[in-house]
Design a protein around this ligand. Structure first.
Ligand code: FAD
Length: 424
C-alpha cells in the first residue's frame, strides 16, 4: 500500500515537497489554511540567484541596524511595540551575527545552492510551464565602497565555491545594459548565470502538475490540532475534520513555530516582513533583475510588469501594510532611475519570510518523533531553495538519507528540552 503523507502549509516549500514526494510514489495531501501560495510565496522578487545565498545575521549587522532603526526606508526595521515578543529570538539572532557562524552558514547555503539551477531546469523538463528568465543578475551602486565590497565578496564565492564569475561594469557600461538607470550609478556587477522567476507562475505550474499527478490540494483547510500516540502523529485536526496519514511534514512558513509547539518542539521562528509593489505595464524599461546595492532593495522585471521590493521588518506575525515602509521602497528605488516609476496599475504587497535566528532553514525529521518532519525557515531564499528542499525532504522521508549536506540545517539545533506532553 502507498504511504500517505500530509503536508501542512501550501507555500512554495510545501508545494515543492509535495512534488518530489509524489514523484517518489507517495500519496500526498497538502493542507493550506487560506489560498495556495498566497502568503510569502506570491509577491516576492523571485530571484533564483544561488551565488548570493548567505545567512541574514552577519558580522556588523547589530551596529548597522542600530543606525537604521529609526529610518522609514531602512533595510531593517524593528517595531518597538513588538520587542517583548521578539526579545528571546533577537537575543539569539544577535549572537549569530559573528564571523564564524556567518561563514559556516554561508558555506552550507552556497554548497547546497550549487544544485539550484539544474533542479529548476529539471522542473521545466518535466513539463512545468512558468515564467523563468535567464538574463542574469545585475548589481548597481551609488557608492564606490559598497561596489568594491560586493566585488570582493562575489569573487570569493566564485573562487571558493565555483559560483558565477562577477563581471565588473563602469557606470556607463551599466547604463548601456539598462538605459533607464540613473547617471548617479557609479558602477555595477553582472552575474550572467543567475535567474529569476515570476513566483506566482511557478506556484501555479506546481499546482497544475500536482493536480495532474493526483495530489490532493486542499485550500481553506487550517490545521488546528494534532492527534498523537507515543512518538507518532496519528492525524491532524482541521476544525471538525480528522485527517490521517503515515507521515506529516510541517511547511507552514512563519506560522511553523506555533504548530511546532503543539509537538513540544522548540522552533524559534519570527516573521521577517518584506514589502513589494508590482507595476503592470510600467513606464520604465528594465530587462535584468537588479539589486540596488546601497539601499538593499530589488527590482524584478516580469512579462508586462516590474516589481520592486525589499526591507526586513520584525514586527511579529501580521500582514499589515505599513505605508511608510512602502513609501521608503519607492523612494530608494527612484534614486536609481531616470524617471519616477509608474504603472497602469500598482499592487502593494507584504509577505512574512520565515526567519530562524541563525538565518538557516530547518530541514529534516523532528527530534523524538517517528513520523513528523519539518521544512521551513528559508528566510530570503525560499523560492530559490524550494526545489532542493523538496528533494531533500522526499529523500529523507522515502529513504532516511539524502545526498545533500544538510548538517547545518539540523532540526535539533534549537532544542533545549522536549515537552512532548504539552497540550494540543
Ligand atoms: C519582499 C520579499 C522578497 C523576496 N524575494 C525572494 C527572492 O527573490 N528569492 C527567494 O528565493 N526568496 C525570496 N523571498 C523569500 C521567499 O518569499 C520565502 O522564503 C518563501 O516564500 C517561503 O515559503 P514558505 O512556503 O516557507 O512560506 P509561505 O509562502 O508563507 O507558506 C506557508 C503557508 O503555510 C500556510 N499555513 C500556516 N499555518 C497553517 C496551518 N495551521 N494549516 C494550514 N496551512 C497553514 C500559510 O497560509 C502559508 O500559505 C522574498 C520574501 C519577501 C517578503
Amino acid at each position: 500500500m502507498k504511504q500517505k503523507v500530509v503536508i501542512i502549509g501550501g507555500g512554495i516549500i510545501g508545494l515543492s515537497c509535495a512534488y518530489y514526494l509524489r514523484k517518489n510514489g507517495l500519496e500526498v495531501t497538502v493542507l493550506e489554511k487560506d489560498d495556495f501560495a498566497n502568503a510569502c510565496s506570491s509577491g516576492n522578487q523571485g530571484w533564483v540567484c544561488p551565488a548570493l545565498h548567505a545567512p541574514v545575521p552577519e558580522p556588523g549587522l547589530v551596529a548597522t541596524s542600530i543606525k537604521w532603526l529609526m529610518k522609514k526606508d531602512s533595510p531593517l526595521y524593528i517595531k518597538p511595540s513588538a520587542m517583548p515578543q521578539l526579545s528571546g529570538w533577537l537575543t539569539q539572532f544577535m549572537k549569530h551575527c559573528n564571523e564564524e557562524d556567518f561563514k559556516a552558514g554561508e558555506r552550507a547555503l552556497l554548497k547546497l545552492s550549487l544544485s539550484t539551477l539544474a533542479l529548476y531546469d529539471s522542473l521545466q523538463a518535466d513539463g512545468l510551464e512558468f515564467e523563468m528568465h535567464r538574463e542574469g543578475m545585475l548589481f548597481v551602486f551609488l557608492s564606490e565602497s559598497e561596489l568594491n565590497h560586493k566585488i570582493e565578496k562575489l569573487r570569493n564565492n566564485q573562487k571558493v565555491y565555483g559560483h558565477d564569475t562577477p563581471i565588473v561594469l563602469s557606470g556607463d557600461e551599466v547604463r548601456e545594459l539598462e538605459p533607464d538607470l540613473s547617471k548617479r550609478i557609479v558602477g555595477g556587477i553582472l552575474l550572467e548565470n543567475q535567474r529569476h522567476v515570476r513566483p506566482e507562475s511557478l506556484a501555479k505550474a506546481l499546482m497544475n502538475k500536482l493536480t495532474s499527478l493526483g495530489v490532493q490540494l486542499r485550500s481553506n483547510t487550517e490545521v488546528t490540532g494534532i492527534e498523537r500516540q507515543d512518538d507518532k502523529i496519528l492525524a491532524v485536526m482541521c476544525r471538525q475534520e480528522r485527517i490521517e496519514a503515515d507521515q506529516f511534514v510541517l511547511t507552514a512558513g512563519a506560522w511553523s513555530g506555533s504548530l511546532a509547539k503543539q509537538l513540544g518542539y522548540s522552533l524559534p521562528m519570527q516573521a521577517g516582513k518584506g514589502y513589494s509593489i508590482t507595476f503592470s505595464n510600467p513606464n520604465v524599461n528594465i530587462s535584468h533583475p537588479i539589486y540596488l546595492g546601497d539601499s538593499k532593495a530589488g527590482v524584478s522585471p516580469f512579462q508586462g510588469a516590474i516589481r520592486i521590493g525589499g526591507t526586513m521588518e520584525l514586527s511579529g506575525i501580521n500582514t499589515n501594510l505599513d505605508k511608510n515602509r512602502i513609501q521608503g521602497i519607492r523612494q530608494s528605488v527612484s534614486k536609481y532611475l531616470t524617471d519616477e516609476l509608474h504603472g497602469e496599475s500598482e499592487m502593494e504587497w507584504t509577505g512574512m519570510r520565515p526567519m530562524t535566528p541563525d538565518g538557516l532553514p530547518v530541514l529534516g525529521k523532528i527530534p523524538y518523533w517517528n513520523n513528523a518532519f519539518v521544512a521551513t525557515g528559508h528566510g530570503m531564499v525560499g523560492v530559490a531553495m524550494a526545489p532542493a528542499s523538496g528533494k531533500i525532504m522526499a529523500d529523507l522521508i522515502c529513504s532516511g538519507e539524502t545526498e545533500f549536506d544538510i548538517q547545518s540545517f539540523s532540526t535539533s539545533r534549537f532544542q533545549k528540552e522536549l515537552k512532548r506532553n504539552s497540550p494540543v
